[in-house]
Design a protein. Structure first.
Length: 333
């Protein structure tokens, strides 16, 4: 299990309270560092799945203390190697069993926030992946299409959108939506321009297969959303999982742009509906997986607010999904 170091910084007059709190935890490895000016500094070595409970403990105790800071660092290696035994993991902190399946919400939030940033890298990666997938679709080349999805940066913003509902973080949701909309406009604009200047054959299998939605498409999108969230919550690499989300989103949106540019409005509408169905399924699965993993705010009043926000999001996504499926069925009659 990956390890973390938590560094705690407090005013010196709070050192006894901090040490007492640490000593009350069974089998917790910690050490006091040299006093720095007016500060007390201590560090804790623990596995990543324990970090949330300890961080919550100190935040609850010292959040209103001026000068309190808590910093989390990843650990590349430690000697002796940590042993995953029941005894070594036991502390006096009351833990939700679900929280032991994931990294802390603070680390999770930090990782996801970084992936929602709308910057030049996101714009260029979206631009390049659209160019590559458009060429792959026009040439009916599956390998090129897969290559485009490897570099498509759509995993982070979609996971962030799901997390914003679970934590009732409005700003995170707005940032994720802004990034997704910008990425969507880039894909549609670039692919529509390609459709104007190049011959788009709607009978090409890689294009035709993305002009309508069926049950396997919905299952794929649900699996992609769940896998994306699991990758983030487990602190695992998201490079491969990001391809799954891109499979559900990038090709249908590019097909929509290509057909729109070529003037085939009916098939373009089908591709757009497929994209919308997929993005809703990705977020539905993401929210459900966050709930399964026990991700929630620490305080009860924030948790109550988050439950209401999650309930509203689930109802909205489900109703919208049902409406889109109904429209798709009517079009395909």
């Amino acid at each position: 299990m990956p390890e973390r170091v938590i560094k705690i910084i407090l005013p010196r007059d709070q050192s006894e309270n901090a040490i007492e709190l640490l000593e009350n935890q069974d089998n917790l490895t910690f050490w006091q560092e040299e006093l720095s000016g007016k500060n007390f500094v201590a560090s804790i070595l623990l596995d990543s799945l324990q970090s949330e409970s300890i961080m919550d403990l100190f935040e609850k105790k010292f959040s209103k203390t001026k000068g309190f800071n808590l910093i989390l660092f990843p650990v590349e290696a430690s000697i002796p190697r940590s042993k995953e035994t029941k005894e070594s993991k036991s502390t006096n902190v009351k833990e939700d069993k679900k929280s032991k399946m994931r990294i802390s919400r603070e680390e999770l939030y930090s990782d996801i926030v970084d992936s929602t940033k709308l910057n030049n890298v996101f714009i260029m990666m979206t631009f390049l992946s659209t160019v590559v997938v458009a060429i792959g679709l026009l040439k009916n080349n599956v390998a090129v299409i897969i290559g485009a999805m490897v570099i498509a940066p759509f995993l982070g913003p979609n996971v962030a959108l799901a997390l914003s509902s679970v934590l009732a973080e409005k700003k995170l949701g707005m940032d994720a939506m802004k990034t997704l909309l910008t990425g969507g406009f880039i894909v549609v604009g670039l692919s529509a321009g390609t459709g104007v200047f190049f011959n788009v054959d709607p009978n090409i299998s890689e294009i035709a297969s993305r002009t309508s939605a069926d049950l396997p498409d919905i299952i794929l999108a649900l699996a992609s959303g769940a896998a994306g969230v699991l990758a983030f919550t487990a602190g695992a690499s998201t490079a491969v999982i990001g391809v799954m989300v891109a499979v559900a989103l990038l090709p249908p949106l590019t097909v929509f742009g290509l057909l729109l540019g070529s003037g085939d409005i009916k098939l373009a509408t089908g591709a757009f509906l497929l994209f919308m169905i997929n993005i809703i399924c990705v977020n539905l699965a993401g929210i459900a997986t966050f709930l399964f993993q026990g991700v929630s705010p620490r305080t009860w009043w924030a948790a109550d607010k988050a439950k209401k926000a999650t309930r509203r999001s689930l109802v909205l996504w489900i109703l919208t999904l049902a409406l889109l499926i109904a429209i798709m069925l009517l079009i395909n009659k």
